[in-house]
Design a protein around this ligand. Sequence first.
Ligand SMILES: C[S@@+](CC[C@H](N)C(=O)[O-])C[C@H]1O[C@@H](n2cnc3c(N)ncnc32)[C@H](O)[C@@H]1O
Length: 217
Amino acid sequence: MTEASYLNTTRTDYDAVAVRYAELFANAHREVPLDRAILTAFAELVRVADVGPVADLGCGPGQVTAYFRDLGVTAFGIDLSPTMIALARQAYPDLRFEEGTMTDLDLADGTAGGILSWYSIIHTPPEQLPLVFAEFDRVLAPGGHILLGFFQADDDAPQPAQAFDHKASAAYRWSLNGVAELARKAGFVEVARMVREPGDTERFRQGRLLARKPSRA
Ligand SMILES: C[S@@+](CC[C@H](N)C(=O)[O-])C[C@H]1O[C@@H](n2cnc3c(N)ncnc32)[C@H](O)[C@@H]1O
């Protein structure tokens, strides 16, 4: 399959900023209590369901992957950017990190107990997102959970996705209703959603969607 050109652009863009990104966001996920809360809840759900490890897709420099390890959950990371993967391996040599794309994962069907996309679906062009969700559904085990974190667009905006001037690469913010509807169409069952107001250094509301893949009957 030929690779979509946006993937190459995203890869090149993140290779260029990876070192700075790793410095800036080393602890971001730990600093906001509401973000810790949903990441921790997701980790607990994955641990209790016990159907496989967390695949941190678009893991960047691996700091959130390592957070799951700290929470007692097996996790590994996949990212488009070889520089991000090199930084993650250097920082967390005990964890597994691989180059790859969430549009075509090198993972067997139904083998992940959890899928995390923490600010990585934001770089997928809106018309491609259903394909990404189908790939998430393919690799997630029945009974597994998925957590999506993204910049939120207003639910009453004319389109569910809006392009914005992200500092690293072309990106889109999404209405929670829009993401939830796509997740539902991909077969996931909504568990919870969260909207938090922007912090001092943030421009947008932050959306989180937690969903699960039904267990086999
Ligand atoms: C904003 S960063 C988020 C990194 C990390 N999840 C975090 O929270 O710090 C977005 C990351 O997603 C990766 N990414 C974007 N599209 C991807 C794709 N299709 N497959 C894998 N990684 C992707 C980028 O290379 C980048 O490292």
